[in-house]
Ligand binder design. Structure first.
Ligand SMILES: [Fe+2]
Length: 189
């Protein structure tokens, strides 16, 4: 499946603009994480990781009232059209609800960056300049440590990057922020 085909599926299924942006953010972060793990010639892998980010919540609006079905409805739509490991990564990012445990670095990457992209957007909105370009890793780290800030962003889930990806939290925030800054115009931030 090409990126354009994946984007078509996404915009057919998702009507909420912020949710579309969430997918674009996760796409770019996943691509950069792929490059972090295997630098150099890596285009196929990078595209694959990007597709995981671009599609991972595409059935969110369809399964809103049924979290256990989230990702499983999407699986049915993607079956046979995309690599099995992409489907597995998508499903396993909802492992707490569906029991499909993440295994590979790609699986754990979407699980960890999913929540962090949300925290970074929330942090941008409370920053005086409200621009991704003005944000620093330290600013986000401070917001991360404030329990009352963006309560919905699961800190434990983000911190899994240390155990499962071997990336210290600060570095993980840095990679994620830099990736998102590259598409700040698309994110309107
Ligand atoms: Fe997500």
């Amino acid at each position: 499946m090409t990126r354009d085909e994946a984007l078509q599926i996404l915009i057919t299924l998702i009507k909420n603009e912020n949710l579309i942006k969430h997918h674009l953010a996760c796409e770019i972060v996943m691509k950069d994480l792929s490059r972090y793990f295997s630098p150099g010639e890596n285009q196929k892998e990078e595209e694959k990781w990007g597709l995981v980010g671009l599609l991972h919540d595409a059935d969110y609006e369809l399964t809103h009232d049924n979290p256990k079905q989230h990702t499983l409805v999407l699986e049915q739509k993607l079956q046979g059209k995309i690599d099995e490991d992409v489907i597995y990564a998508i499903k396993s990012h909802n492992w707490k609800n569906n029991g499909v445990e993440p295994k590979s670095k790609m699986d754990w990457s979407i699980y960890c960056c999913d929540e962090l992209t949300g925290l970074i957007i929330a942090a941008t909105l409370v920053h005086p300049e409200k621009k991704l370009a003005s944000l620093t890793t330290d600013f986000i780290l401070k917001r991360f440590k404030e329990k009352s800030f963006a309560k919905g962003a699961n800190r434990n889930q983000i911190k899994t990057c240390e155990k499962k990806l071997g990336i210290p939290l600060k570095d993980f925030i840095d990679i994620t922020l830099k990736a998102m800054q590259k598409i700040s115009a698309k994110l309107d931030l």
